[in-house]
Ligand binder design. Sequence first.
Ligand SMILES: *Cc1c(COP(=O)(O)O)cnc(C)c1O
Length: 464
Amino acid sequence: MDYISTRGKVGNIGFIDAFMMGLGNDGGLLVPNEIPVISTETLQQWEQLSYQELVMAIFSYYTNGEIPEEDLKQMVEASYSTFRHDEVTPVRKLYEGTYLLELFHGPTFAFKDIALQFMGQLYSYVATKYNKKIHILGATSGDTGASAIEGVRGKEGIKICILHPHGKVSKVQELQMTTVQDDNVLNLSVDGNFDDCQRMIKELFADLDFKSANQLAAINSINFVRIMAQTVYYFYAYFRVKQETSVERVNFSVPTGNFGDIFAGYLAKRMGLPINKLILATNENNILERFVQEGVYMPGEFCSTYSPSMDIQVASNFERYLYYVLNEDAAQVRKLMEHFKTEGEIVLPPELLSKVQADFSAHGVMGQECLDTISDYKTKADYLLDPHTACGVAAVEKCAGTGEVTVSLATAHPAKFDEAIRLCGIEQQFPEQIAILFNKQQRQKRIDAELSVVADELVKFYNS
Ligand SMILES: *Cc1c(COP(=O)(O)O)cnc(C)c1O
C-alpha cells in the first residue's frame, strides 16, 4: 500500500516516508491510496485475538512490508507493556445496550497514549535504523502533549517541542507536560488558544525549507500513523460487545475535537467493520455538530469548556473525511480547502449531506448537560465519567435508536479533569502517578502567539 495526499500533489510514497512527512508537502493530509477491506472470514478469525495480536494483524495492511515482522512485534509489545490493564482497552457495560470502551489505561491517563506510545517507538526505530535526527513538533489542547512527551522523553536522537495554550489546559495536563525534566523536551506555553497553536505548527510544517532544515516530525493527528493505531480499538471493542450481546452492528459514540479519533472509526467502517452509526459528540465548540446537521463547515467563536481537549474550532482531520465524501477527488478537495482559506466556510450540496448523515449523527453537549451527566452516572451506575467521556455518553442518550447497541469511547480518566468533577460536588482520589505530580518542579516558557517567536525558540532548542 502506498500513501497519497488528499490534495493530489504527493504520492505514491511508502509507509515510513508518510510517517516522517506528517503533513503532506502540498498542504494536504496523507491517506492510503486504497483502503484495505477485511473479509468476513478474516474478521471472524480476529475475534479471538489479544489486543497486541490485533494491532499486528491490522498494521500489516498498512506498513507496506517496510518493517520486518519481528521488529514491529517488539515495538508493539513495548508500546502496550506500559498500560495498566492487561486487555489494554477493556470494555465494560454502563447500562443495557451501552458500553464504555476504556481508553485511558496508558501512562498519561488519556486515549492519546494508544497511538503515541507506538509512535514514540517508531520514531526511535527510524532514528536508530536510518541514523536520523528527529525533531518532533506538536500543538496540544492538553492530552496529546503529555502523551507525546511520555512516548519519547530521554530517547536518543529525538527532541520534542510542544505548544499548549496558556491557562487553557487542565492543571493535571499542564503538570504532566511540564514536570518532565529530560533535556530533549521543550514546552512552549502560548498566549492564545489551541487553534492558534495548531495554525502556527501547520504553517511551520508547510514551510518546506524550514521543515527540512530542522528535521521536523509530526505527532498530531495530521500524522496518519495515529489514525492507523486508533482503528484497532474499534475492532477490539466490536468483538467484545458482539461476544456478549450477539448483535451484528454497533454504534460508536466519540467525544470529538480534531476529528482524528472519529475518523479512525470511519476508517474501521470502510475496512469492513459492521459499524451502524458513528455518533459525533462535541461541546460548545460545535462546528462539527453543525456540519453533520446542516452540511456547513464554518468555525464559530472559540469557547473554553469543561472538556478542554475538545476545545477546537478548526478540525484538521476533517479534510481526510472530506476527501472520502468527495469520492477521493483530490482536485475538488483542493478547491474546497482553498475556498475555506479565503471564505472561511465549506458548504456541501444536499446529496453529499445525506451521505454524511448516513455515516454520522451528532450532538453538541453544553456545559450544564456535561456536569449533569457526570453526576447522574456517579449516582445511578457508581461510575465517574471524565467530562469528555460524559459528552460521548450524553450523545448516546440523544442519538442512539431504541434497541441499538452503542460503544461510547471513554477518552480520559476523570483525575485529569478534577476542575469539572469538583463542580459536580464530587471528591475523587487521585491515582498515585497523578498525585505525585503536584510536588514536582515545572519547566516551560511562556510566549506570544507569533510564528516568528515560535520559530526562533525552535531553532535555539534544536541547536542546543
Ligand atoms: C484529544 C481528545 C479528544 C478529541 O479527540 P480528536 O481525535 O481530537 O477528535 C477527546 N477526549 C480527550 C480526553 C482527548 O484527549
